[in-house]
Design a protein around this ligand. Structure first.
Ligand code: SF4
Ligand code: SF4
Length: 346
């Protein structure tokens, strides 16, 4: 394990930025969110949960897919080049790192999403332990360890030192390039990190959702969950604002559209969408989910039932708590799961 003192962090950001486009948590418009690093960036390593997750790093909010040039009846197709720029994401929390493993199951299975894969492979992920978890955190529900984040490198912020440990070959390569800035940690340092890990785990277990568990029985009773009477009550107040899906590290609905430009040029692009939207999955014969109840139910059936059915019991949630904080009418996955469990007696 290595360490680097606070006074040297600006040099660390500079050194990382020389190896690729660096993203880290920063104060942006009064909120902490991931942002590309520049010399005047106000880095914030204390806020545990950024406003949005970092999923847009691999699954872009809007991206071109291909270009068509039409001329009479002729069409020339130019595919979009795959992203090749190396990136480094620093300060990624354990829940968001776990979110990538869920997105991997979707985008890296056949047929592989080559845009996602290119960005994923070009990125070095540096995790940061959550010294100060938030009241809405419940990552431990899914056995995610906020005290030992995954990624290529994991780090801990203890007082004014950042402790640094590589976990993969990619992490070791990057660490070797930073040798001039890093100091070997001592046995005393290792004890400080261990003490912080213990404190983080204790804190998480004492939070309001510290003992929360989602029942695996939900996924085993698809029809009963689908037909539960709770959907009507819960969906009635949803505003379809889609805030919950855009901030969620595991939501991955998207739309593909063509945009006609000038002189026969057409751009095909994709952008984030949400199963909460009224026109999502609209088809020639109409929309299979006609009302708010069906759309609301779809989002939670997917996270609590369909995804675990498809992926060996894995819920499509990492307990980041963002949907608990953003929903203007206080709807969220915890509330939904609890109501379903009561209704089904599981
Ligand atoms: S459903 Fe809510 S708590 Fe779970 S990962 Fe998504 S935003 Fe986070
Ligand atoms: S944030 Fe709340 S109101 Fe908005 S779509 Fe999600 S559940 Fe509905």
């Amino acid at each position: 394990m290595f360490k680097i003192a606070k006074a040297k962090w600006p040099e660390l950001w500079q050194a990382l930025a020389r190896e690729g486009q660096l993203y880290l948590p920063a104060l942006v418009d009064g909120k902490t969110d991931f942002a590309p690093w520049q010399k005047d960036t106000k880095v914030d390593l204390l806020t545990a949960v950024t406003a949005k997750s970092l999923k847009q790093l691999f699954f872009a909010q809007v991206e071109p897919l291909m270009h068509f040039q039409t001329s009479g009846k002729k069409v020339a197709v130019t595919p979009q080049e795959l992203p090749a720029q190396p990136t480094i994401a620093f300060g990624v929390r354990a829940c968001d790192l776990a979110g990538f493993t869920i997105l991997d199951k979707v985008f890296l299975k056949e047929p592989v999403d080559t845009f996602y894969r290119a960005r994923r492979e070009n990125c070095t992920l540096i995790g940061l332990a959550c010294g100060f978890p938030e009241e809405t955190c419940f990552c431990q529900t899914f056995n995610i360890d906020a005290a030992s984040p995954a990624g290529d490198i994991q780090t801990w912020l203890v007082w004014d030192n950042l402790y640094w440990e590589s976990r993969t070959g990619k992490g070791q390569q990057l660490t070797a390039k930073l040798a001039a800035l890093l100091t070997e940690a001592t046995a005393e340092d290792a004890k400080l990190v261990q003490a912080q890990q213990t404190k983080i785990r204790e804190t998480l277990s004492k939070l309001p959702l510290g003992r929360l568990r989602f029942s695996p029985e939900l996924a085993k009773h698809e029809q009963e969950v689908f037909n539960s009477k709770v959907w009507e009550k819960l969906s009635a107040t949803c505003l379809s604002c889609c805030g919950c899906t855009y901030v969620c590290p595991t939501c991955h609905c998207y739309d593909v559209r063509d945009y006609a430009g000038k002189d026969g040029a057409v751009e095909r692009f994709r952008c984030w969408d949400s199963c909460m939207n009224g026109d999502f999955t609209k088809m020639a014969h109409g929309n299979p989910r006609k009302g708010q109840l069906e759309r609301f139910r779809q989002r939670y059936m997917h996270k609590l039932v369909y995804f675990p059915e498809d992926y060996e019991g894995t819920f499509a949630c990492v307990g980041c708590g963002r949907c608990l904080r953003i929903c203007p009418v206080n709807l969220n996955i915890v509330k939904v799961a609890k109501e379903l469990e009561v209704d089904l007696h599981v």
